[in-house]
Design a binder for this molecule. Structure first.
Ligand SMILES: Nc1nc2c(c(=O)[nH]1)N[C@H]1C(S)=C(S)[C@@H](COP(=O)(O)OP(=O)(O)OC[C@H]3O[C@@H](n4cnc5c(N)ncnc54)[C@H](O)[C@@H]3O)O[C@H]1N2
Ligand code: MOO
Length: 438
């Protein structure tokens, strides 16, 4: 039984090594180790997908991007109706009327908006009619009350009308089959009114992103609370970034992680993932020994930390966090830096999530009203005021470039983009600006 004694052949088990998940390769930094603003923005945009659309109530879709073409299934108006309060007539019956020799017609009845159409208009008679009421069969014009004696049994008509006058015909506003809204279009009050008028109560739209804003830093105290020890400050960023996200149409929660303890921050961030389409943190992404966000996040997900050739906003972080790979943008803590970074990176991401084009700010051209200075080698975002000067767009910087100057930021309505090569801009020269329209 040699066969039985034969040694069982052990098949070598090939060990399957799961590749460690990583983010796609980030853009190459320049010789200084810095990334351009555009390269960083485009890299982040490549890491998020638009939120899936769902059918929602018309009013809830206000300001959201539509994900379908919507054609009208009805004519608007749906029936010929009166444009005026007056009398429905056959134009031919009142053709000879004038102030000196009014024509008298018997009044066969009365019809108001919401009434079903009356019996047909008898020859040589009039029917009292209110604005919006259906034009009775046989009538082809309306004589407004002002051209009559407003009689009830019979009416004196002082002015002629031509056929079709003061009649709003079926389909004169919208005809059945007309595309009322196109895919990608954003719902506003006027388009919501149009769809409602056409009887549509639900649309397919991308939802408002659910955004959690977490400000980090042991020094932070909520506004309205007393600063209890030296070194504490009120949390400006949490409110500012939450408001900026609201202005973009997001549903926003604000959370404060006022601790430098990695355990605490880790837990506070993890707790938020469940309800977020995007998490935004501020603070803790620079070189400091207590820059806890930078320390903790790589344990929770796939992260990218970079230095961007811009000022303010140099240190930047991004992650796909937790099992669900929730996108997280980690903004620098200096208030102006966090706001400028929001405009440069978060706003485009939110617009991509919402399916709104264009995702990036569209720079507008303005003329420098006064001298502007910048540091060579970095894209400088100067806080500025753009104003109209006899049809010319003039722009002046507000204050300095330091990223703690919240007073100047609040006074600004634009950011001036001073490119990496720019050291000075003289009055009268053109610059490009991002308008801050929230
Ligand atoms: N050695 C270096 N230090 C710093 C560098 C660097 O390259 N090397 N970069 C500087 C730049 S640029 C920036 S921007 C900041 C960013 O630092 P962090 O993201 O780590 O932010 P924090 O250190 O937490 O805070 C910076 C600053 O902002 C204040 N802050 C933070 N959060 C809030 C808030 N919610 N409301 C109001 N103010 C806030 C905080 O108290 C600090 O003063 O790093 C530079 N350092
Ligand atoms: O980048 Mo920091 O934002 O220069 O202050």
């Amino acid at each position: 039984m040699a066969l039985l004694r034969r040694k069982k052949k052990v098949e070598p088990v090939e060990e399957v090594v799961e590749p460690t998940p990583t983010l796609p390769d980030p853009p190459e930094p320049d010789a200084r180790g810095l990334r351009s603003m555009e390269a960083h923005r485009d890299y982040l945009l490549g890491l998020v997908e638009p939120l899936p659309p769902f059918g929602m109530n018309l009013l809830d879709a206000w300001d959201l991007a539509l994900c379908e073409d919507i054609a009208s299934e009805v004519d608007l108006p749906g029936f010929d109706n009166s444009q005026m309060d007056g009398y429905a007539v056959r134009a031919a019956d009142v053709a000879g009327a004038n102030q000196g020799e009014p024509l008298t017609l018997p009044v066969a009845g009365s019809v108001a908006a919401g009434d079903e159409s009356l019996a047909p208009l008898p020859e040589g008679q009039a029917i009292k009619i209110m604005t919006g009421a259906p034009i009775p069969e046989g009538a082809d014009a309306v004589v407004p009350f002002e051209f009559t004696d407003r009689g009830s049994e019979q009416v004196k008509v002082f002015e002629p009308v031509v056929a079709g006058e003061y009649v709003r015909t079926k389909g004169s506003d919208i005809t059945e089959g007309t595309v009322l809204m196109h895919r990608g279009q954003r719902m506003d009050a006027r388009t919501i009114g149009l769809l409602a008028g056409a009887g549509i109560d639900k649309v397919l739209a991308r939802p408002r992103p659910r955004v959690v804003v977490i400000s980090t830093g042991a020094e932070l105290v909520d506004p309205g609370r007393r600063l209890e020890r030296p070194g504490q400050i009120h949390d400006a960023n949490g409110y500012m970034i939450a408001a900026a996200a609201k202005a973009e149409g997001c549903q926003v929660w604000r959370v404060q992680a006022a601790s430098d303890d990695p355990e605490v921050v880790r837990e506070q961030i993890t707790d938020q993932l469940i309800r977020a389409d995007l998490v935004i943190t501020t603070g803790g992404v620079s070189q400091g020994e207590r820059d806890v966000v930078k320390q903790v996040m790589p344990e929770l997900g796939l992260c990218d930390f970079a230095e961007v050739a811009m000022q303010p906003g140099k240190p930047q972080g991004f992650g796909l966090i937790g099992e669900d790979k929730v996108p997280m943008v980690m903004l620098p803590g200096n208030p102006v830096s966090s706001y400028v970074s929001f405009q440069a990176f978060v706003r485009p991401l939110l617009r991509k999530l919402m399916g709104i084009e264009p995702v990036n700010h569209e720079p507008v051209r303005a003329i420098a009203g006064s001298v502007m200075r910048s540091t060579k080698g970095k894209l400088q975002f100067g806080r500025a005021v753009v104003r109209d000067d006899n049809g010319r767009r003039l722009v002046d910087l507000v204050g300095g470039h330091s990223s703690h100057l919240t007073g100047d930021l609040a006074a600004a309505n634009a950011l001036v983009l001073l490119g990496e090569d720019v050291e000075v801009v003289n009055p009268g020269e053109a610059v490009m600006c991002w308008m801050l329209d929230d």
